[in-house]
Design a protein around this ligand. Structure first.
Ligand code: TYM
Length: 333
């Protein structure tokens, strides 16, 4: 079957992956790989934007994320999986691209502003969305499947494309479109549904990790915050806890939210949670079986990265040459 276009997306190796990653992106990637030319990346250079956090386990986290991609259904014979730092075209293009966007515009990125308010941030964190734009623009991607929190970064990348193309009067870069799930683009903490499920959050009780044991899944879902109404109804504003659990149910169980409402019309939160535990655990059990069967096979995992790197270099070298020529960075023959 002919591919419908190219896709790039990535995950930072900064900790153990959780249900937010699975529902927000990995489930979708698995489906997309059959129709698109996909490049999925372990974005280790992005992880470096918080060097203190990653200093002791970056390598371990890289293999964790790589093995998780495969365990969650990414087939390295269909999709290409690459390690960002192994292809230096990413960092090179990022330097180029920062000249095609205003400082004020980068400063307005909400993810940066949030972090800036909480603690000392590195200059790398400021430049994070520029490297992300380079990841995407290097491959002429049509689509970028991400969680909703990354939408603003993609808008920045699109602005860079417009600016670059208008300065040189040529279509040097292609504008990428975000692919964001209707359901599950922002999975919330089970313990506090006002916040995104995030590995930077210290509240582990609210996070279901993909490697959690069955008893942890049972306890985290049983204790998930709901409300006093005991009615399975989707209402993000007034019933954020239940709505979040319904999104999880709908994504993994492949059932519409309205169908869930019908199914549990006369049932309690307890009944609903019991079924949700089964759905989530059945999926995690499968993922974990695959994960543990490959995580120690470094030869296999390295071979996946080798072929991903080869493919990515094949495309990115050509793009870099094309861009250098447009800008005037190439020597005359
Ligand atoms: P990272 O590792 O923080 O997140 C990886 C992806 O997972 C999504 N995600 C979620 N989706 C739904 N609910 C959640 N609770 C949740 N938590 C995380 C994120 O939206 C993201 O799509 N900047 C990217 C990494 C990156 C990238 C790229 C992505 C670097 N270069 C190029 C696409 C294209 C990030 O947020 O990583």
């Amino acid at each position: 079957m002919e591919s419908k276009g190219r896709i790039f997306s990535g995950v930072k190796p900064t900790g153990k992956l959780h249900l937010g990653h699975y529902i927000g992106i990995l489930l979708n990637w698995e489906k997309l790989q059959y129709e698109y030319d996909c490049i999925f990346s372990v974005v280790d250079l992005h992880a470096l934007t918080d060097p203190v956090k990653v200093k002791d386990n970056l390598q371990e986290n890289i293999y964790h994320v790589l093995a998780m991609f495969i365990a969650c259904g990414i087939d390295p014979l269909k999709a290409h999986i690459m390690l960002q730092s192994e292809n230096s075209d990413h960092a090179f293009l990022s330097w180029i691209l920062q000249n095609y966007i205003g400082y004020g515009q980068v400063k307005r990125m909400t993810q940066f502003k949030d972090q800036y308010q909480k603690h000392n941030v590195t200059n790398g964190l400021f430049n994070y969305p520029i490297l992300m734009a380079a990841d995407i623009l290097l491959y002429d991607c049509a689509y970028v499947p991400v969680g909703i929190d990354q939408k603003q970064h993609l808008e920045l990348a699109r602005d860079m494309v417009d600016r670059f193309n208008s300065i040189y009067g040529q279509q040097g870069f292609k504008s990428p479109s975000p692919l964001i799930n209707k359901v599950g683009s922002k999975v919330k903490l089970l313990s506090d549904p006002s916040k995104k499920m995030s590995k930077s959050d210290n509240n582990e009780k609210g996070i279901i990790f993909l490697l959690d044991k069955k008893e942890d899944v049972i306890s985290k879902i049983s204790r998930a915050v709901t409300d006093g109404e005991n009615k399975i109804k989707y209402d993000e504003a007034n019933k954020p806890g239940v709505s979040n659990l319904m999104q999880i149910y709908s994504s993994i169980g492949e059932i519409e939210i309205s169908e869930i409402e019908k199914k549990y019309e006369n049932l309690s939160y307890q009944d609903f949670k019991k079924d949700l535990i089964d759905i989530v655990w059945n999926r995690l059990d499968k993922i974990q079986n695959k994960y543990y069967s490959i995580i120690d096979d470094k030869e296999y995992l390295n071979s996946v990265l080798d072929s991903g790197l080869e493919y990515s270099l094949f495309l990115s070298n050509k793009k870099v040459e094309e861009i250098k020529k447009i800008i005037g960075l190439k020597r005359l023959n």
